[in-house]
Design a binder for this molecule. Sequence first.
Ligand code: ADP
Length: 295
Amino acid sequence: MPDSLAAAFRRAEAELRDRFGHAGFRPIQRRAVLSVLAGRDTLAVLPTGGGKSVCFQVPAVVTGGLTVVVSPLIALMQDQVSAALARGIPAGSLHSAQDSARQQAVWEDVREGRLRLLYLAPERLRRVAEILAHHAIRPVRLVVDEAHCITEWGHDFRPTYRVLRMARHRLGWPPALALTGSATPDVRQDVVRTLGLGARGRRCDLHLASFDRQNLWLGVCPVPDEATRLRHLVRLVRADDRLALVYAQTRATTEALARALGRAGVRAAPYHAGLPAPRRRSTLEAFLEDELEAV
Ligand code: ADP
């Protein structure tokens, strides 16, 4: 590893500790951050909860400049912007739910070079890229979150993700980081092609997190009759830490199972679309608070 990259990575580790309060990078984050800091195109596939935002928020602070982040949902953007601001990272977003005064304030921050992270919906990117080009502002990096939205193979295909390559060109072809929690080989290929990852003589690194979760076990347990089925279920639910979600075919079955588990000493409640919303909400809260063991 070149000295300059090693030094940048040490700064990244310090930022992770000081701003994010994490002792160290997870293995996939470490590899992704190294690629990003090296200025390479990068595709990182991490399961939900794997810590995707660290992969670009930390480099955004370390390298400075403006990182443009394409994100599919306003709520997601707002969450990330407030989290970044709480960590002292200058961040903003431009989206349709803002009034024009707010948008102007964000543009002012962009023009003055104060922002490190600018979040946008894909629909906005082209227009924003034009304005940035007009002001001769060249982002240091383009991040595409939920990158599987690019591909028609994916389940939440979003046509405007298709224009990203053109917008990337308009931005001055900065290094790009694509992040997703779900990418089959077909989807991966499509993301790489659509964003032009690795094109124009640039190297593209692919980082795949392990989806092998040691705590998950998948099995089939044959039962001769309903009474045995229930006995097995109770035994499974009472094992280990006793937190369980039990799926059943019908609403009536979920209610019968919740009663049967209750008789076996398990704190259980049914949950289905036929229950009033307040009841569903209180059941969810009770489960999250560990007051219920099985739903
Ligand atoms: P994703 O966007 O991949 O779903 P997030 O970026 O929201 O994931 O992170 C998921 C959780 O993991 C958060 O609670 C975050 O604080 C935590 N996390 C991320 N990186 C680390 C790390 N290196 N060490 C410990 N916790 C981490």
